[in-house]
Design a protein around this ligand. Structure first.
Ligand code: SF4
Ligand code: SF4
Length: 451
């Protein structure tokens, strides 16, 4: 590990010239980037007391051993931009901010409540420079329904050919991308069943999501069945779009807001009392629509109301304990998606869902709260760091002896699934709801009424 106090040779001198505890915010000069998202978020920078408690929670710091790639180092870079000691287009600022996974593990570790995720989005929206071509392409496609649908349909057709499984063995970005696509094939086969529920818990609509509906449609149908079996009355929310998380995390806040407005309209009009989300990153984004649209007089109130109704599907099921299904004699381990564990602070409910499945052995996973390196499109634009972050995760999974890794986020399912396949492991990834659904299918629906 490099010594923070001496710098690393990569952190710009201006950003380390003050000792961490010597900041006196009252004497600070005027903001060098007035009116930018970073200017508006600078109270969050001031909240950092540079204690360093977050360092060991940061996957990029652990992988790269560079203070610049730690939360504390990045916050100093943000401060340098706000104070004008570094320009917003400084390449070193860009480099270290780009390398952040946005996993928000530092937020959970921080005793001072620094809103790091918010600071990161504000910084990315402020600093100059263009994303790599692949990132611009992905963001452009996900913003446009007419481009997204055929792109995902094409990916599904390609998946059906088994070509991705073969090409997934190739080294490099193409090989990894193909292995990710191959990892979206369902790991659990189950017969269909008709859920028998009373609807007494109220109405719920699921966020279908773009990647979830495009490549994990079976998980979406399983989510609907499982919730119906647990007494929710399922309804639809037509007109819903991509949640906007990819855009917000990349600093494209305007695209994120446009998508958020479409979803606020769709879910407000649906009348659903609860909005069920089975993708951790999308759930975290939707729970923050109120914040994202706080300055929009037309949408602020409705966005906050929609956010308040969003629940991860595991939260909904854990409220009274999911109804019991049939036996699934499988050995499973659980990896917590960062945007469930750190952004939404939903920790116990997914475990409660898995523990409710009869006959299943749940093996603990060491460092299950650490990022897998997926982080939206991070694994495509920062492949080396992403794979350095994934490596220890795969080693921990191998030590569990589990045949399945359960995790509730499409990016994590694909990243870990691709890593396992490329390591020639027989272990597959699966969404926890697919396991509960398979358990219900094994008994043709829950065997007892939920409590
Ligand atoms: S733990 Fe919080 S206050 Fe301490 S250095 Fe990290 S972000 Fe700053
Ligand atoms: S969001 Fe994750 S990668 Fe980025 S600074 Fe925080 S802990 Fe590190």
């Amino acid at each position: 590990m490099k010594d923070w106090s001496t710098g690393t040779g990569r952190l710009p001198r201006a950003a380390v010239s003050e000792p961490p505890l010597a900041h006196t915010h009252s004497t600070r000069t005027a903001c060098a980037v007035p009116g930018t998202p970073l200017d508006l978020a600078k109270a969050g920078i001031d909240a950092c007391v540079h204690c360093g408690f977050c360092l060991q929670a940061c996957p990029t710091y652990l992988a790269l051993a560079d203070e610049n790639d730690s939360p504390r180092g990045r916050i100093l870079l943000m401060r340098a931009v706000v104070e004008g000691s570094l320009p917003p287009d400084d390449p070193s600022v860009r480099e270290h901010i780009d390398r952040c996974l946005g996993c928000r593990g530092c937020e959970t570790a921080c005793p001072s409540g620094v809103p790091y995720g918010h600071l990161l989005e504000a910084t990315r929206a402020t600093i100059a420079g263009r994303h790599p071509l692949v990132a611009r392409l992905v963001l452009a496609v996900f913003r446009r329904e007419w481009a997204l649908r055929p792109a995902l349909a094409g990916a599904k057709l390609l998946r059906a050919t088994r070509i991705p499984a073969l090409l997934g063995r190739l080294p490099g970005k193409l090989g990894f991308a193909m292995a990710m696509l191959a990892a979206t094939r369902g790991a659990v086969r189950r017969p269909r069943y008709e859920p028998r529920g009373s609807g007494a818990r109220g109405s719920a609509a699921i966020l279908r999501g773009c990647v979830m509906e495009g490549l994990f449609e079976e998980t979406n149908r399983a989510t609907e069945r499982v919730l119906a079996a647990n007494d929710w009355r399922m309804t639809d929310a037509p007109g819903q779009r991509c949640c906007g998380a990819l855009h917000a995390h990349a600093g494209d806040l305007e695209s994120a807001r446009a998508l958020a407005r479409a979803n606020v309209d769709a879910f407000a009009n649906s009348g659903a009392e609860t909005i069920a989300v089975n993708a951790a990153g999308c759930g975290a984004m939707m729970k923050e629509y109120g914040q994202l649209l706080a300055d929009d007089p037309e949408y602020a109130e409705r966005a906050a109301a929609v956010s308040a109704r969003v629940r991860d599907v595991s939260e909904m099921l854990a409220v009274a304990g999911p109804a019991t299904g049939g036996r699934l004699p499988l050995t499973v381990t659980y990896d917590a998606p960062c945007h469930l564990q750190h952004a939404q602070r939903v920790v116990a409910p997914p475990l409660a869902v898995l523990k409710s499945i009869p006959g299943m052995t749940l093996v603990p996973l060491v460092e299950s709260d650490q990022c897998c390196g997926a982080a939206g499109i991070y694994n495509l634009v920062e492949p080396e760091v992403s794979s350095a972050v994934l490596e220890p995760k795969l080693a921990h999974i191998a030590r569990t002896g589990a045949s399945l890794v359960a995790t509730g986020n499409p990016g994590c399912l694909m990243q870990i699934g691709a890593g396992l396949a490329r390591a020639r492991s027989a272990t597959r990834t699966v969404h926890p709801i697919d396991l509960l659904d398979a358990s219900y299918a094994a008994s043709k629906g829950p065997t007892k009424e939920p409590g």
